[in-house]
Design a protein around this ligand. Structure first.
Ligand SMILES: NC(=O)c1ccc[n+]([C@@H]2O[C@H](COP(=O)([O-])OP(=O)(O)OC[C@H]3O[C@@H](n4cnc5c(N)ncnc54)[C@H](O)[C@@H]3O)[C@@H](O)[C@H]2O)c1
Length: 344
């Protein structure tokens, strides 16, 4: 039996989110060989090497990149840290995985995507929703002939207050960059590229506000986003997310990144044809989804990065998708400031 090829991977950054949501997937992907970890904080690097099985520990990323032969590197920290550190990896022709977003601005995100291309390599961005079970199912349903052409995408995302982060000049802009980039990527994943953005804004306090956004997609579909930091008392503890995609005589609704309901054009029983609605439901039992990193997409994105490093996959959310998500957020911001639609 031939031995399975393994991607030799390393981490730069062993911080909070990386340790909680990304590292715990490493041992679940048989194609990964975790070669080394690096953090300026030696205790964190030692801890993650011990907990997740890396063979070598570094506090200097250049020393690690000189010493180790790597197929890919996770660079995980705040947005500006991706922008600063990822080029050190990309310039050696090595693929990177960065968390979302890849930088604070679309201009910086574009620079990173261009550095990758100039060095014959690529980068994945941590838009894990693309690997979440319900959104993968949504895409499969949308591809069915019976669903018809996607004509409308509606997304709701609500949480509590959101403060300024990463040196960004306001909480309003910070939420668009640090949090809502996920929803802008999901918008593009489901609806395609956006042509026009028209947004209004309601601010209640410096850190509690709402964006209402109308979208025209390049393919002619329309979309609407209700994105707010108003409806919950807690910052992110009680986040509420739901998505509706309408086809023709058919639609699907995903709730909480957990359940999916699909109303197909056909009823599935004809006992009482005078009544409706005949909905297909995906409502997973806790036994099947007992590890949220899996159904929410964190395992899928780690696996995708490893397989792409091995040349066994050729797609996934990349540095250009991060650029596009940031660009969409900037268009929303500009439209709320000027009161005019923004063409992308
Ligand atoms: N997808 C999601 O659901 C989700 C949720 C929360 C956060 N995030 C993202 O995760 C990221 C934050 O990650 P985190 O919480 O692990 O960050 P963190 O700030 O906790 O950790 C960053 C680590 O990088 C280390 N570091 C800094 N400079 C370094 C260098 N030159 N060399 C080596 N190490 C260096 C720091 O010492 C620190 O330990 C953000 O981009 C955020 O948007 C994603």
């Amino acid at each position: 039996m031939s031995e399975q090829r393994k991607a030799k991977l390393a981490f730069i950054g062993c911080g909070e989110f990386a340790s909680r949501a990304i590292f715990p997937n490493i041992h679940l992907v048989p194609q990964i060989d975790l070669v080394a970890v690096c953090d300026l904080d030696k205790e964190r690097a030692d801890r993650n090497a011990r907990n997740f099985g890396a063979r070598s520990v570094y506090t200097d990323m250049e020393k690690m990149l000189d010493a180790e032969e790597l197929d890919g590197v996770f660079v995980i920290g705040p947005g500006p840290q991706h922008y600063k550190l990822a080029p050190h990896v990309l310039r050696r022709g090595i693929p990177v995985y960065v968390e979302k977003p890849s930088a604070n601005t679309s201009a910086h995100a574009k620079e990173l995507a261009e550095i990758a291309e100039a060095n014959g390599t690529w980068g994945q961005c941590g838009f894990m929703k693309r690997f979440a079970y319900v959104y993968r199912m949504a895409k499969d349903i949308m591809a069915r002939e019976e669903f018809g052409e996607t004509s409308m995408v509606t997304i709701h995302f609500g949480q509590g207050s959101y403060g300024a982060i990463w040196g960004i000049d306001s909480a309003k802009r910070s939420m668009l960059v640090g949090q809502l980039c996920h929803l802008f990527d999901l918008t593009r994943f489901l609806g395609g590229d956006v042509a026009t953005v028209s947004a209004i804004y309601k601010q209640v306090t410096d850190t509690n506000f709402a964006f209402l956004v109308n979208l025209q997609f390049k393919n002619g579909a329309v979309g609407q986003l209700d994105l707010n930091g108003l409806e919950m008392g807690s910052g992110t503890r009680d986040v509420r997310e739901w998505v509706k995609v309408a086809g023709f005589g058919a639609h699907l609704i995903c709730d909480g990144m957990q359940t999916l309901h699909y109303q197909s054009p056909k009823d599935w029983i004809d006992t009482v044809p005078s009544t409706g609605r005949y909905v297909h439901a995906y409502d997973p039992a806790w036994t099947g989804i007992s590890r949220s990193p899996i159904n929410f997409g964190y395992l899928g994105e780690v696996e995708n990065f490893a397989l792409r490093c091995l040349g066994e996959r050729d797609s996934g959310p990349d540095l250009w998708d991060s650029y596009e998500a940031l660009r969409l957020g900037e268009a929303v911001y500009d439209s709320t400031e000027t009161g005019a639609p923004v063409e992308l």
